[in-house]
Design a protein around this ligand. Structure first.
Ligand code: NI
Length: 168
């Protein structure tokens, strides 16, 4: 129980496609608590289950932390059902510590998911919230934001990671 180790780039679990959650039970609630604790301790905006080694379609998010108005959001089996527009903003990831770079994302999305009680909800988000949701759903599909970099930027990133990435 409690804070978990965040998996870092190179860990194969980050490349796995997470499986849909079929049962909302006590075990899942503990996982959600652990994920929230891990996210808050790491001062992250969001955390996907893969990032602590659980290949389940679940992520936690808190967009209010930076304004000191924390509000934990839980997304189970999330799906983006509509997306439009374009954003090109700086992104980072707890699994790739120390690095950040600009990538393209949709500017506005409509997401459908189950909350932690298993109730379906839909939510429209734009800007930071829209970007965060796309980032976390990518995690559930084994995708990392650095995958979107150009060949040149990827090569530069690899060099950077070799030098600055955590030692194994
Ligand atoms: Ni991430």
């Amino acid at each position: 129980m409690g804070e978990k180790t965040i998996r870092i780039l190179g860990d194969p679990v980050l490349r796995e496609v997470a499986k849909p959650i079929t049962e909302i039970n006590g075990q899942l609630q503990s996982l959600i608590e652990d994920m929230a604790e891990t996210m808050y301790k790491a001062k992250g905006l969001g955390l996907a289950a893969n990032q602590i080694g659980e290949t389940k379609r679940l992520f936690v998010l808190d967009l209010g932390q930076r304004e000191n108005k924390p509000q934990l959001l839980v997304f189970i089996n999330p799906e983006i059902i509509e997306a439009e527009g374009d954003l090109y903003e700086e992104e980072g990831c707890l699994s790739i510590p120390g690095y950040s770079t600009k990538i393209h994302r949709k500017a506005k999305i409509l997401v459908r998911a189950l909350d932690r009680e298993g109730k379906e909800f839909e939510r429209e988000l734009e800007g930071l919230g829209a970007r965060a949701i796309q980032h976390e759903i990518d995690h559930l599909n084994g995708i990392l934001y650095i995958d979107y970099l150009s060949t040149l930027k990827k090569a530069l990133f690899k060099k950077w990671w070799k030098k600055h990435g955590p030692r194994k």
